[in-house]
Design a protein around this ligand. Structure first.
Ligand code: NAI
Ligand code: MG
Length: 367
């Protein structure tokens, strides 16, 4: 089959790391089997400079029609003074909103070659491979009322409201169960049902969803604070963790730091399955930003970006063998001691963005 990608490189190091992904895409196209047709658009500051808005309607329509969006990063000091609605991040938020990307996937994988260099105990992180599924469009970041009111006695009150409806919990639970089936078949749901009504509902709906067609997946419930502790104490006990927007924000950042540098961390955001094809709308992007401090120096690590494409292979296109190959090629490259500056130990030799991309392609060739 042929899959349609929309590449949105964005700003700063975005275009630099996207260049390396294109090498990987070309490699898979040359190999045969499933192929990829990529179109390219502008997002963030680059789109603002060209069209006066952070993503054009034309590119937005392309994103909606694509099988997957591969997104670099947006932002930079050049656009600090741009009006709020046109700031670079507005392009990213528009994509998330219009594509209804309610499920944010953040893997925490420890590449063997980097386990030694970590400041954490090696046996805790060696071989780690977990996936955090964070609800991204609901909960306390969006619930109403959301306000600061003046109480008139010299006091003010800040209010945020945690709101979850059944359908929101059900759809994220389904994503978690479906993903678990492609991995080690275990889901841990985290909430705070002991102190939150939305947590009670979360727990109930996840359990009901499990009982209606996902009984083959192992399900466990954990209070989110205990889950945070367990994540640091013994993360390998987890496979897929599903949790709300707020807890997921924190737990995914904690999990990320178990495994190292920002330059290594991919992510995916998924929407609802298409009524006809069953395929979910999806966007894949590195966790890091546009890194203006190193842009143009060839120091950017392209691995987070390349691994994000790997997630597209795995989760949008179900090309498990191709995704495994790409992960293996990255691991082998690291095993050889090849390092961009961000993951190099003090005094270790480093290679450039392009050299890292070439090395990963060479490892694909060698597999
Ligand atoms: P950042 O993630 O861009 O950079 C933080 C630090 O990590 C910097 O020292 C940077 O050099 C380093 N770094 C990041 N990615 C790297 C890579 N691939 N290889 C090597 N080193 C890497 O975050 P920061 O500095 O807070 O924000 C910079 C700009 O990016 C801002 O305009 C911010 O708004 C934007 N941003 C965009 C995001 C997105 O597009 N999704 C996410 C986060 C920030
Ligand atoms: Mg965060």
């Amino acid at each position: 089959a042929t899959h349609n990608l929309l590449l949105l490189p964005g700003d700063g190091i975005g275009p630099e790391i996207m260049t390396e992904v294109k090498k990987v895409i070309s490699w898979f196209n040359a190999r045969g089997g499933d192929t990829f047709e990529s179109d390219e658009g502008l997002v963030g500051g680059a789109a603002y400079d060209a069209h006066g808005q952070a993503i054009s309607e034309e590119d937005m329509a392309k994103a909606m029609a694509s099988d997957a969006v591969i997104f670099g990063a947006v932002g930079g000091p050049k656009w600090d003074d741009v009006a709020y609605e046109h700031r670079p991040e507005a392009g990213l938020l528009r994509l998330r909103k219009d594509m209804e990307l309610f499920a944010n996937l953040r893997p925490a994988i420890c590449y063997p070659a980097l386990a030694d260099a970590s400041s954490l105990k090696k046996d805790i992180i060696e071989g780690l491979d977990i996936l955090i599924v964070r609800e991204l469009t609901g909960g306390v970041y969006f619930g109403e009322p959301k306000e600061i009111t003046d109480l008139g006695n010299g006091q003010k009150r800040g209010v945020d409201t945690q709101v979850y409806d059944t359908y929101e919990i059900e759809r994220i639970a389904k994503v978690a169960f479906e993903l678990a089936r492609t991995r080690n078949n275990k889901v841990t749901s985290m909430e705070k049902r002991n102190v939150m009504k939305s947590g009670v509902l979360w727990n109930e709906v996840v359990t009901d969803t499990h009982n209606n067609g996902y009984e083959d997946v192992q399900l466990e419930h954990m209070l989110a604070d205990a889950g945070g502790m367990q994540l640091v104490r013994w993360p390998k006990q987890f496979d897929v963790i599903v949790t709300d927007n707020l807890f997921g924000d924190m737990l995914s950042d904690v999990a990320a730091m178990l495994t190292g540098s920002l330059g290594m961390l991919p992510s995916a955001s998924l929407g609802a399955p298409d009524a006809k094809t069953g395929r979910r709308k999806a966007m894949y992007e590195p966790v890091h930003g546009s890194a203006p401090d190193i842009s143009g120096t060839g120091a950017a690590n392209p691995i987070a970006m390349i691994a994000s494409f790997g997630m597209a292979l795995r989760y949008s296109f179900e090309l498990v063998e191709a995704a495994d190959m790409l992960d293996k090629a990255i691991a082998n490259t690291l095993d050889k001691g090849l390092r961009t500056k961000d993951i190099a130990a003090a005094g270790e030799a480093t290679i450039s963005t392009a050299e890292m991309g070439d090395a990963i392609v060479a490892e694909l060739d060698a597999l």
